[in-house]
Structure formats: C-alpha cells, structure tokens
Design a protein around this ligand. Structure first.
Ligand code: ATP
Ligand code: MG
Length: 465
C-alpha cells in the first residue's frame, strides 16, 4: 500500500474525532497489507473490522493489534484503540480511492461479465506483468470488499491494476469504477449468472454496461462481438470500442480454432496489426473468448501481437478449480470445474469434456446452479439436455435442487448413459469410484454453494472426503 498515517486515514474516512477514536496513535503509519482477517495482520497492517456472517471482525481487533496491526478501523469501539467510522465498507472504498489518487502513472483495466472474469483477469495479469509492476486480485476479489482490498495493494511502484468487477445489482459496477476509474474495460458476456437477483437477463446486461459507461474518451471499451447484449454496450461508452470474438467483424479475433487431445484450444490470433499462433494451456473452447479479451486489453496497452500470442501460450490457470485437469496414476482424468456454475459455464464445461473424452467414456457429477430465479427449473433441464448431447456414459446429479437435470437428460433422445441422483458429495464419490476405469474422464461442476470441489479433491486423492 502507499503509506498513510492514522491521521490521514482518519481524514480520508471521516473517522469520528474525540473520545470514540481515543488512544489511537495518529502518527502511526500504515504500510499494508490492509486486512479484514486478523490472522493476516502483520506489522504495518490496517485491520478493518467488518461484521461478517459467521463472525464479527470487532471481536478480533485485539488479535490483529497483537499481530502488529498499526491501525484498526471499526464501526464501534472494539476493545482496542481504533478509528471509528460510520461504515467500515465505505471507509475501505474511500481509502482505496485515496490510494489511486496518490498513485502516479497507474493504468487501470477492469474486467466484467457473467463468466470468465477471473480467468481473463489472471491471463491479463500474466501478460501485463511483462510491461511493469502489476496488481491483480487474488481469486475472485471482485465486490465491494474484495475490490478495495485489491486496490489497497497498490504501491508507488505499481504501474498496472487489473480489476475483476462483479455485480449483484444496479449501481455495483459504477461504485467499483468510482473507487478505481478504469481506462480500459472489458465485458466478456451476459448470461444467467445472478439473473434471479436481477430479475431478468436484460437487467444483468444493464448492470454490466456500467463498466463501458464509466470509461473516459481516451479509454477503450473491449466488447465481445459474439454476444449481442455486450456488443450493444458500444452505445453507452465515450471510449473507443475494440471488439473481440469469432465474428469476422471483430477487431481481435480467432480463426482456425482446434482443440488438442486435452481439450486445450489452439488458434490463430488475428488483429489489425498482424497475426500469430496461440496454443493455450487452459482447457475448454470457452477460454478462446477469455484469451481474445486478454489480447485486446494487452494490445491497447501497447503489446505487439507476437508478444501477446507468446504470453497467452505461456499463461497458466492461477485460480483453482476452474477446468483444473488432473491425470490420476490409473489413467482416469478428473476435471475440477467446481468453483462455480451458471448455465453458460455448464454448457462450456460439458462441451470441453466431450472434446477431451474423444469417444472414450466421460462422466459428469453436476450440482445445482444457484441464483437463477424463476427460470431455475427450465435452465437445469436445459443443462441436462446438454449433458445428454455431450455423450456422457453417466450423469450423477447431486442434491434435490439439481434434479430437473435428470428430467432434461432423460427427455433428450440422444441420451444413452446411466442416470443417477445422489444426496451428497460422499455418495457422488462412492458411485463414481465404483464406475470409473482407466481412460475415463470425470467432470465435477456446480455452483459455489454446493462445494462440489470436495468430490474432485477426493477423486484426485488430494483431500480425503
Ligand atoms: N467465456 C466463458 N464462457 C462460458 N463459460 C465460461 C467462460 N469462461 C469461464 N467459464 C466457466 O465459468 C467458470 C468460472 O470461471 P471464472 O472463475 O473465470 O468466472 P468468473 O466470472 O470470475 O466467476 P465468478 O462470478 O464466480 O467470479 C469456469 O469454471 C468455466 O466453467
Ligand atoms: Mg471470479
């Protein structure tokens, strides 16, 4: 973090002066990291006490201080000297903005979309790191808490900030853009993820359009030419528009897409400035779109097409449980895509596994997709039909909420495999273990809430169930 004294932090956050904040050493300097978990506190840290769902940060402030935290930020006296603010979340946002304002020569690129944000942010960070010191979120730090925590890792040396921005409602992305005004913004796709909370997919599109709308005239909006709802966002931006996709009209596009035996895409990257071959180390054709968005962002930051293609071909999956492929010693392949699921991601993963199996047997262990609202049943049925078309040897549906997938698979005339419903992860591991043979592939996928990574980790032997 760019160092700030307690006095500066008090001013930026509007901490209440007087008895509430009594005892705080106003000359103490915060150098980072800013943490919300007292176990991560170190000398020079700022500990922000947030009211969590399971635990209240205020109860851990003394531990953070014992670990060396220089300043505590809280919304009520937490038993140790603290700067008291009305709203700790808002205070974090204000601090993050102050750090951006103090950072000279910082270029900010943001990524949003219903699926692929973390993958694209990880790819982009790996390319941009070759241009200069880069800060990018850990995992999926993409909301009102994770985003400021990411921004607060910016130092005087940082040249690039790659941000992941998510929205669960109108105004969320605008608020994230106010914390760290991006010069570049990429919108990947508009899908059904969180459509339940938004009310409809058009509302999702409106929320994602807040990113291009926030860009300045000298910036660039990187938009998916293959997604009409994303392409239509060109009308809401003052920035120049750079499109990516498979469409021949896209500015940054892929041709000659092929998948290798492990389902990893290779393609020719084509831009106005030239072409170069790319072989991704990520699995699944959907990653072509993520790679193209990355290429467009990197191109806007001055990388040439050869360097972009080389960077994409060298980049690895930094965040876990997204199409994470493990080859077991007995020849069974486990695809852990259990980080999250939406209808679009489900379709992408099923087609990736069909490509990887190449006529050999594939099984899918699928859990429910959360937050789909009124369309949930229909979208689960659709996923079942896609599972049928993927030519699976077996579909193992986990939990009651996912059961419409069974009906969907059964209703599809192409279904040839075995259909099973199991109550939980342990039962899923048991039925898969009884069935798999060398050469088989097993996909594991569900929404975060289902925690189905336990199935994949048990199947690979990484963590016993
Ligand atoms: N371009 C894409 N199109 C469809 N599905 C995708 C795409 N990219 C990734 N996915 C799927 O979505 C899952 C999540 O990918 P990723 O973590 O990159 O997305 P995200 O947008 O960051 O998700 P979250 O909203 O959970 O943060 C992957 O496991 C993959 O199955
Ligand atoms: Mg993410």
């Amino acid at each position: 973090m760019i160092p700030l004294s307690a006095a500066e932090i008090a001013e930026i956050t509007g901490a209440t002066p007087g008895p509430d904040s009594a005892g705080v050493d106003m000359s103490a300097v915060v150098t980072g990291p800013v943490v919300v978990d007292s176990r991560q506190a170190r000398p020079g840290s700022l500990f922000a006490a947030l009211p969590g769902t399971r635990a209240d940060g205020h109860d851990f402030a003394s531990r953070a201080v014992a670990a060396g935290a220089a300043v505590v930020l809280a919304s009520r006296p937490p038993g140790v000297p603290a700067l008291i603010v009305p709203d700790v979340e808002a205070a974090l946002a204000a601090l993050a903005r102050a750090v951006v304002d103090r950072a000279g020569g910082l270029t900010i690129a943001a990524v949003t979309g219903s699926a692929g944000k973390t993958t694209t942010k990880d790819l982009t960070a790996q390319l941009i790191e070759s241009l200069g010191p880069t800060v990018a979120p850990r995992d999926s730090y993409n909301n009102e808490i994770g985003h400021p925590l990411t921004v607060l890792r910016v130092t005087e040396q940082t040249r690039y900030l790659i941000a992941e921005m998510s929205a669960r409602g109108a105004g969320h992305i605008t608020a994230l853009c106010e914390i760290s005004p991006p010069l570049l913004g990429a919108v990947l796709c508009v899908g059904h993820a969180h459509a339940g909370e938004f009310g409809s997919i058009d509302e999702v599109a409106k929320a994602k359009a807040e990113l291009p709308a926030a860009l300045p005239p000298d910036g660039a909006a990187v938009l998916n030419a293959d997604d009409q709802r994303v392409l239509a966002m060109a009308q809401y931006t003052a920035a120049r528009v750079v499109t990516f996709g498979r469409s021949p009209r896209a500015d940054v596009r892929a041709t000659d897409v092929v998948l290798d035996e492990a389902g990893r895409p290779g393609f020719t990257l084509r831009t106005e400035a030239g072409s170069a071959p790319v072989r991704l180390r990520l699995h699944g054709e959907h990653n072509v779109a993520n790679a193209l968005a990355t290429a467009a962002l990197a191109g806007q930051l001055g990388m040439d097409v050869t360097a972009i293609a080389a960077g994409l071909s060298a980049a690895t999956a930094r965040s876990r449980w997204r199409m994470e492929v493990t080859q077991r010693p007995d020849g069974v392949t486990v695809v852990n895509d259990a980080y999250n699921a939406s209808p679009e991601a489900m379709r992408a993963a099923l087609s990736a596994v069909a490509a990887m199996a190449r006529g050999r047997r594939a099984f899918a262990v699928l859990g429910h997709m959360a937050e789909l609202g009124a369309q949930a049943e229909e979208l689960h049925e659709q996923a079942g039909r896609q599972a049928a078309r993927a030519g699976l040897a077996g579909l193992i549906v986990v939990g009651e909420q996912a059961s419409p997938m069974l009906a969907g698979a059964r209703a599809d005339r192409s279904w040839r495999g075995e259909l099973l419903q199991v109550p939980d992860a342990a039962a899923a591991v048991a039925v898969v273990s009884e069935r798999v043979r060398p050469g088989d592939t097993v996909l594991v996928k569900a929404s975060r809430a289902a925690n189905l990574e336990r199935v994949a980790l048990a199947l690979t032997g990484e963590v016993p169930l």
